[in-house]
Design a protein around this ligand. Structure first.
Ligand code: AMP
Ligand code: GLY
Length: 428
């Protein structure tokens, strides 16, 4: 099979690495990929917004399968354009991708499917006054979210009325989320611990991969601003078998049915971001694609043919037995540029990339090659990941922190407490 993978992050490096192990893979192209995918695929450069150019490339190269990593091309309808040209695609239609691109759409689907989530109210930019009035009447903390896409950063948690007033001003007046914030939702704050579950679905049937836990905030102890994700581990012990059953039956199944019944059939990876308290899962958000950095820890702990899983899904005939959990564990720490998730500088040389053991994978994300040097080129630069074939998160955590200590670039920042939350579930 000839495959084109769209995207340039750590998630795409992880997907490329996993499918490069498939015996069914003949050749792999990444658009645009990154210095990490360069060694396992052919990186190509095309304008992502020019769908026809991508279709022409696929036809010319005889590509039979396209995997779309990030949300943006899905939301822009790339999967629809490719499908219309007869090319198989892993990733939902533009219509179905609204489960991520519009929080209001997602909330409506959940309400109709009777799925547990935070209570909310929606406001248009024209209703600024109404939103101001509303925050006087409800309890704190509360959460204000841009309706549209904002790279995982369109959420402001407000401890009090002043925070909420400032957030409304920033979104509606200062337009910090651009037009993504023309509509907002104000929702109740959910207490608990988060987990991410990927459901791979052909629209009707699905399988869930092992649960992961991301670390969304920039600072240790979950402090500071929200980011795209600062580190992850899998499997997340908070999601035991019983809870996974609940997530499948009470969340994934009814949402997929509601999507289908409302003519928004979802095929691809439905990412459920969950808040769990007392073993009761509530939905924080849905994404229409694999999570980043969760993919970097979930894929190394499944065995089987991942490419077959994705291709069978895209063919409308999900092979539920294509992969299974391998009994291992993985911990990924994101090395970020100083200043992220706000402004940061790029172009610093990265040292120590070749100094690690076999059980360490260094996923590239915001990196670039200049001659023989690798330099920083984004906010989240690397995902340093330890992978073990036994489920010993403590050992994996020890190994990954040892590994990251060998890598450096100017302004390198990473959290020191990734995976620590897992330990309370283990007997001493
Ligand atoms: P979202 O973009 O909706 O996933 O939100 C990003 C992050 O904000 C989540 O992963 C949570 O950490 C936090 N968050 C969002 N909504 C809520 C909520 N209602 N209660 C508590 N935390 C939330
Ligand atoms: N790690 C969070 C996300 O992919 O949206």
């Amino acid at each position: 099979m000839k495959v084109l993978l769209i995207g340039s992050g750590g998630r795409e490096h992880a997907i490329a690495l996993k499918i490069s192990q498939s015996k069914n893979l003949q050749s792999l192209y990444c658009l645009p990929g990154n210095p990490g995918t360069e060694n396992i695929a052919t990186n190509i450069y095309l304008d992502l917004s020019n769908h026809q150019q991508i279709i022409n490339f696929c036809i010319k190269e005889g590509i039979n399968f396209v995997i779309i990593g990030p949300e943006k091309p899905l939301v822009d309808g790339l999967s629809d354009a490719l499908r219309k040209s007869g090319i198989k695609v892993f990733g939902p239609s533009k219509k179905a991708a609204r489960i991520e691109s519009s929080k209001v759409f997602a909330k409506n689907i959940m309400a109709k499917a009777n799925v547990s989530t935070a209570k909310y109210c929606e406001f248009d930019i024209k209703d600024y006054d109404k939103a101001l009035k509303y925050i006087l009447e409800i309890n704190f903390p509360l959460v204000i979210k841009a309706d549209g896409l904002a790279a995982g950063k369109g959420v402001i948690i407000c401890a009090n009325i002043n925070d909420a007033k400032q957030a409304l001003k920033q979104i509606f007046e200062d337009k910090i989320f651009d037009d993504s914030g023309n509509k907002i939702i104000i929702e109740e704050f959910m207490d608990g611990e988060e987990a991410s579950v990927f459901a791979i679905t052909d629209g009707e049937n699905f399988i869930c991969l092992p649960a992961a836990q991301d670390h969304k905030r920039i600072g240790d102890g979950d402090s500071g601003k929200n980011t795209g994700g600062m580190g992850a581990y899998a499997p997340a012990p908070i999601v035991d078998n019983e809870l996974m059953q609940k997530i499948e039956n009470d969340i994934i199944k009814p949402v997929l049915k509601q999507m289908k019944d409302s003519d928004n059939e979802f095929s691809g990876c439905l990412y459920a971001g969950l808040m769990i308290k007392d073993s009761i899962p509530k939905v924080v958000e849905f994404n229409c694609r694999f999570g980043d950095p969760e993919t970097q820890v979930v894929l190394p702990i499944i065995e089987g043919d991942f490419l077959d899983l994705l291709f069978s899904t895209a063919s409308g005939n999900l092979n539920k037995d294509a992969v299974k959990y391998n009994g291992g564990c993985a911990v990924c720490i994101v090395a970020a540029s100083k200043g992220y998730p706000d402004d940061y500088k790029k172009g610093f040389e990265i040292n120590g990339l070749d100094k690690n053991d076999d059980d360490i994978i260094i996923y590239h994300a915001g990196t670039k090659k200049i001659n023989d040097k690798t330099v920083t080129n984004g906010g989240r630069v690397l995902g340093v990941t330890a992978v073990l074939d036994k489920n010993d998160l403590k050992l994996a955590r020890h190994k990954v922190y040892n590994a990251i200590s060998k890598i450096n670039f100017e302004g390198m920042y990473y959290r020191k407490d990734i995976a620590q939350k897992a330990f309370k579930y283990f007997k001493q």
